[in-house]
Design a protein around this ligand. Structure first.
Ligand SMILES: *Cc1c(COP(=O)(O)O)cnc(C)c1O
Length: 409
């Protein structure tokens, strides 16, 4: 028998969402008529916008008329040019075409990026965080075992708390790779210019790399808040950014994202020589990936067309109206709620000091509402609960009413 990668056995039992699915199915089996409302997993509920569907149809016809084989490794220029213009130039940021790597998802990118770094690198995550950052470093052998709270030995966890507004400051220990996500999943918190400036300053002083996940940038409501880490001076020397079409344009099942690695950002070899991370990731991408389908890249480019931009902005606005309803509805009823102003997630303190999973079970049985236990995102998420705005307004309103009734507030 072949020996397996032993590090995989350190992973905590089950990924969060299968466990939620198991509990919901079990409840549904015993209560087949319970009208369950799901505000759990962070997945969109609206269909693709018409301008995107039209672009896809057209691209299919083009593929039937002439061969479109392997695309350029880093993405078609019609897409990278649109990204440069609309996501960056429009906000005063210059990104070169060969600094963008189009991919089939930010989950993959944020999980794969650690491959180009040494196994001895010290990593930090804000806690709670998107589970992919931690789990992929566990798989790669950068950690020891997890303790009873799910805290892996060797990872620096930076607690996001009410006290720091759920945006932890940089650590005072040595860190090589720091994962940051703003607007944040799961807390819904957003970092302002000063906070990101502090992180960039820290990274430059300590020779660290920031891995900045901006999957939710389109949900930022205040135009003065930074949408990209590259809006911060000095970030080109220390940051890698990931963005996705998944949440901003309903591409969770369509799959398109991109990673930006400026040419000024370097790691070092064992001998201490600087090595371009852009070149290293380019080499990795070309070896392990054969580009995103033409039809999908055409669909992604349509997100930047005037119609596509307007239609996807309207979808985001609908989700953000739901977020406001949840925040105000539960907040007004006496629950402690955070986030939801620049992100489609509300981070709620569990009532009566319940654990995250106990509240999950009570919410399911009493209100037939599914959310996500905060502890599933890291030890500091214990005692909190994530409610997602990805559903219809009608369902969101019904869920709020049931939570208020079920928990007597
Ligand atoms: C949804 C999400 C992503 C996007 O993943 P895709 O693979 O592009 O669908 C990335 N990061 C975070 C924090 C997310 O919540």
């Amino acid at each position: 028998m072949a020996q397996i990668n032993q590090h995989f056995l350190k992973l905590q039992a089950g990924y969060l969402f299968p466990e939620i699915g198991r509990r919901v199915s079990a409840f549904q089996k015993d209560h087949p008529d319970a009208p369950i409302i799901k505000l759990g997993i962070g997945d969109v509920t609206k269909p693709l916008a018409p301008a995107i569907v039209e672009a896809m149809h057209q691209a299919v016809d083009e593929m039937g008329a002439e061969a479109h084989g392997y695309g350029p490794e880093n993405g078609y220029s019609f897409l990278t040019d649109a990204i440069r213009e609309h996501d960056y130039q429009a906000r005063g940021v210059k990104i070169a075409a060969d600094e963008i790597f189009v991919s089939d998802g930010s989950k993959q990118d944020s999980g794969n990026i650690q491959e180009i770094f040494g196994t001895d690198c010290q990593i930090s995550v804000t806690d709670p965080s998107y589970p992919v950052y931690v789990d992929t470093n566990v798989m790669a052998g950068r950690t020891g075992e997890a303790d009873s709270e799910g805290r892996y030995e060797g990872i620096i966890y930076l607690p996001a708390s009410e006290k720091n507004g759920f945006i932890p400051p940089p650590p005072d220990q040595r860190v090589d790779l720091a994962y940051l996500c703003s607007p944040n999943n799961p807390t819904g918190a957003v970092a302002n210019r000063d906070q990101l400036g502090q992180w960039v300053q820290w990274a430059r002083t300590h020779d660290a790399i920031l891995i900045f996940d901006a999957a939710y940038d389109a949900f930022i409501q205040d135009p003065d808040l930074p949408r990209s880490i590259f809006e911060i001076d000095g970030a080109r020397e220390c940051a890698i950014e990931m963005r996705s079409f998944s949440k901003r344009a309903g591409f969770t099942g369509t799959r398109c994202a991109y990673t930006v690695i400026p040419k000024e950002v370097f790691g070092r070899s064992v001998k201490g020589e600087p090595v371009s991370l852009n070149a290293l990731w380019g080499r990795r991408h070309a070896t392990k990936f054969n580009s995103v389908p033409y039809v999908i890249q055409k669909a992604a480019a349509a997100v930047f067309s005037p119609d596509g931009a307007a239609q996807t902005a309207a979808q985001v606005a609908d989700y953000m109206r739901n977020a406001r309803l949840i925040r105000e509805g539960l907040g007004g009823a006496g629950f402690s709620v955070f986030g939801g102003e620049h992100a489609p997630y509300i981070w709620m303190k569990t009532p009566n000091g319940l654990s995250s999973w106990d509240f999950f079970d009570q919410l399911l049985t009493r209100a037939h509402v599914v959310g996500t236990p905060g502890s599933g995102f890291g030890p500091s998420g214990e005692g909190y609960f994530r409610i997602s705005a990805f559903n219809s307004q009608e369902n969101v309103e019904a869920a709020i009413e049931r939570i208020r009734e079920g928990f007597g507030q």
